[in-house]
Design a protein around this ligand. Structure first.
Ligand code: ATP
Length: 436
């Protein structure tokens, strides 16, 4: 078998667009080997070793210092980021770590992780025991996008034994994490109990696992292609999914599409339990209702036979006074624009008050005889109920003169004035609700 340095170069040789290699250096034997390989094979000025201090163990500062000393010795730039360990659970630590990784990555960066074939096999069994589907069982991909950069695992085909032997033969120094022995963590239990048993019975375990995960990855690609095809057939805008064409698909295809769409918009993969609740509580609810479900940092809602997936928005700002001029104002829930569009509009320089619906307002929309309630106007424009409370309204001298994006009122317009528009965040074509 080729030597590890050759294998590393072989693995990374096609990534010619990478400007900086960020090595995730925990200090453990695997990432110590990866660091050494990078120091040997990649230009040092394009390397950064990144250590995450989870601040979980009392010696973590000392540990970070030792990592720094190793990098100094190898002449590799080093950075340490301290993160909040949360509850200290495996998933909290992982989330904090990946968030820190994402924050560091810039366009053109590749994060290198030192996971190997044994880690991959452990991941497969752990996910099987959590009831994962095809995507979860496909386990860790060798490469995927992460934040503004990409993540790669160049040692994924190598066994732990090969990596440890290489480290010992070269007399490398590394840090033994005492928590690696603790069987409170599921992964350690699998590593210390299940894996030796399986390897004793099936010595070619790695090859089998690799063959299986590779096939599952391909199956995922096919599912994604199918979902992408279905989505482009039926979607009206990225964050909206019309229900009628969705429900015309077979059940399995609907579920595949829902998983794909939710991930595409929010980055969140639906668990089986969440998918069940989407079907039962949101899609299956009576059509007179506006059900909603929180998914990660997003809200999934249904209105008029369409699903909407939007990030949770911050509080709207308090009403305020301003002087009208052309251009855009970024508010907490969207962007308010003023453009020269129609022949009539609000006068530049007017002193306006931005406020919100209190209930019971009536307006006299331009181009329409008589007055209409604001509620009816919003219903007619198809504004979903959850957007109504934060929809800005414009008053001049205590008279409602415009509902941005929806209408100008008879009162307050002048020839050649500005048209107010409203684009709520999280809806790429939010303006489509209005008529302006
Ligand atoms: N605290 C950390 N700081 C930087 N990178 C980390 C850290 N913890 C893990 N990683 C990266 O994630 C990979 C997988 O994590 P895992 O917890 O399986 O590794 P480990 O046993 O802590 O360390 P190693 O893989 O280096 O022996 C590591 O190989 C390393 O590249």
């Amino acid at each position: 078998m080729a030597e590890l340095p050759v294998l590393l170069v072989e693995r990374l040789k096609d990534l010619t667009h990478i400007r900086r290699w960020v090595i995730a250096f925990s200090g453990g034997v695997d990432s110590r080997v990866l660091l050494e390989l990078c120091a040997q094979q990649l230009p040092p000025e394009r390397l950064l070793a990144l250590h995450i201090d989870h601040q979980l163990q009392s010696g973590s500062k000392e540990w970070a210092k030792r990592c720094e000393a190793i990098c100094e010795h190898l002449n590799i730039a080093y950075r340490c980021i301290c993160v909040n360990p949360g509850t200290g659970s495996e998933s909290d630590l992982r989330d904090a770590r990946y968030q820190a990784f994402e924050e560091v990555l810039e366009p053109g960066d590749c994060l290198l992780l030192a996971q190997h074939a044994d880690d991959q096999a452990e991941t497969l069994f752990l996910r099987l025991m959590r009831g994962a589907g095809v995507r979860g069982l496909a386990s860790m991909p060798w490469m995927r996008p992460l934040g503004q950069g990409v993540l790669a695992r160049p040692l994924l085909d190598q066994s732990r034994a090969v990596i440890e032997r290489w480290a010992k033969e070269r007399g490398l120094e590394w840090i033994e994490d005492p928590s690696n022995a603790s069987e409170i963590y599921e992964r350690n239990w699998v590593r210390h109990n299940l894996m030796p048993l399986l390897r004793g019975r099936w010595p070619r375990l790695h090859q089998r696992v690799t063959a299986t995960t590779r096939q599952l990855s391909e199956a995922c690609e096919l599912l994604d292609e199918m979902a992408q095809g279905d989505l482009s057939q039926i979607r009206s805008s990225p964050e909206q999914l019309p229900l009628l064409p969705l429900t015309e698909l077979s059940r399995a295809r609907q579920r595949n599409l829902l998983r794909f769409w939710v991930h595409r918009v929010s980055g969140h993969w639906l668990s089986e339990d969440e998918l069940f609740r989407v079907e039962e509580q949101v899609i299956g609810a009576g059509c007179d209702r506006t059900p909603e479900l929180k998914l990660g940092g997003y809200w999934l809602r249904r209105y008029r036979e369409c699903l909407y997936l939007q990030p949770a928005l911050p509080e709207r700002e308090a009403p305020f006074l301003f002087t009208l001029e052309p251009g855009e104002r970024r508010l907490s829930q969207g962007v308010l624009g003023f453009e020269q569009r129609a022949s009539q509009g609000l006068p530049v320089g007017a002193r306006l008050r931005l406020g919100y619906r209190q209930g019971g307002e009536r307006v006299r929309p331009l181009g329409r005889g008589g007055s209409v309630s604001l509620k009816q106007l919003m219903q007619e424009a198809g504004v979903p109920p959850w957007l109504r409370a934060g929809w800005p309204l414009l008053w001049q001298n205590e008279v409602l003169v415009a509902v941005p994006g929806i209408c100008l009122c008879h009162e307050g317009v002048v020839e050649g004035g500005l048209t107010p528009l409203w684009r709520p965040f999280g809806l790429s074509d939010g303006g489509c609700f209005g008529r302006l």
